[in-house]
Design a protein around this ligand. Structure first.
Ligand code: UTP
Length: 297
């Protein structure tokens, strides 16, 4: 069965970005000049996922507005003949069929995914997190969907990270298997000494619907939250006939982390430097600015 649905959780509190995220979801923060979530939606549709369920929290109105028409703004741009900006405004509207459900309380990523149960039904589906932006030149989601089609079960995305960063992520124990790995265990944000590898779980998943039963019956884990990582551990131990089995794609393409302030700033600068319109002047300014700073020391 071809995967067409994706669950996109956007109900986290975004505490690392306060006060910016007091009234808007962190997924709405601009990365250069587009909200992070638009990159994610574009990535999903490029991989053939055209039915998206946003799991929202109290900050959903800006998200809904962004993917909806803005008649007044469009009229104003049209009357001025500003077709370039009009195209930018319209670009987010017809990207995908977007549905919304409220999480109620932010009880964890696993709980947010469980909110998708009725919409998804009994078919495999993707989960995309707005924290991780994947460069469209390195389409890992298509690779993950292909792996899921070939073997069934669930597929996660792994990335090698430096040892001092592994405790910021879910970490996977794996066995190599041709072009991918079999996931045998996962630990959420382990201390370095307990980390089974340097493979971090990043925010792309293709999940078997068996995950819903697992999540429903799972007690809160680390931080008192229902953790998706804990559900994946159970799926990894289950047999294939029950929807179990977790495979991993080891991604070594371009990824931009927008989850905390420093990595967000780095992502914005990196992506802006790649742009034809902003890259050259930003680069020149950065070089001058760094030179000036050296002089001030
Ligand atoms: P994070 O842990 O990165 O998001 O969750 P957060 O809790 O909003 O961030 P901080 O640590 O407080 O700054 C990963 C993803 O899961 C979503 C978040 O919106 C983010 O996309 N999420 C998390 C939910 O939708 N609901 C939750 O209960 C928790």
């Amino acid at each position: 069965m071809r995967v067409t649905k994706a669950v996109v959780p956007v109900a986290g509190l975004g505490t690392r970005f306060l006060p910016a995220t007091k009234a808007i979801a962190k997924e709405m923060l601009p990365v250069v000049d587009k909200p992070a979530i638009q990159y994610v939606v574009e990535e999903a549709t490029a991989a053939g996922l055209d039915d998206l369920l946003f799991v929202t929290g109290r900050n959903k109105s800006a998200l809904e507005d962004h993917f909806d028409r803005t008649v007044e703004l469009e009229e104003s741009l049209r009357s001025k003949g500003d077709t370039e900006r009009l195209a930018l405004v319209e670009a987010s509207v017809d990207l995908a069929r977007i549905h919304y459900i409220r999480q109620g309380a932010p009880l964890g990523l696993g709980h947010a995914v469980l909110m998708g149960r009725d919409h998804v039904g009994d078919e495999p589906f993707a989960v995309l997190l707005g924290d991780d932006l994947i460069d469209p030149r390195d389409p890992v989601l298509a690779q993950m969907l292909d792996l899921q089609q070939r073997h069934g079960g669930s597929v996660i995305c792994l990335m090698e990270v430096p040892a001092d960063q592994i405790s910021l992520y879910g970490c996977a124990a794996v066995q190599p298997q041709g072009d991918h790995v079999i996931v045998t265990d996962l630990i959420e944000k382990p201390d370095l000494a307990l980390a089974p590898s340097n493979l971090a779980v990043i925010g792309r998943y293709v999940l078997d619907p068996a995950v819903f039963n697992v999540l429903e019956n799972m007690p809160p884990g680390r931080g008192g939250e229902i953790q998706l990582t804990d559900a994946l551990v159970q799926l990894a131990a289950m047999s294939a006939v029950d929807g179990g089995g977790v495979r991993g794609v080891v991604f070594n393409g371009r990824r931009y982390d927008t989850g905390d302030r420093l990595s967000y700033l780095q992502a914005v600068i990196q992506l802006a430097l790649e742009r034809d319109d902003l890259g050259p002047p930003l680069h020149a300014w950065l070089v001058d600015h760094l030179e000036e700073m050296k002089g001030d020391r």
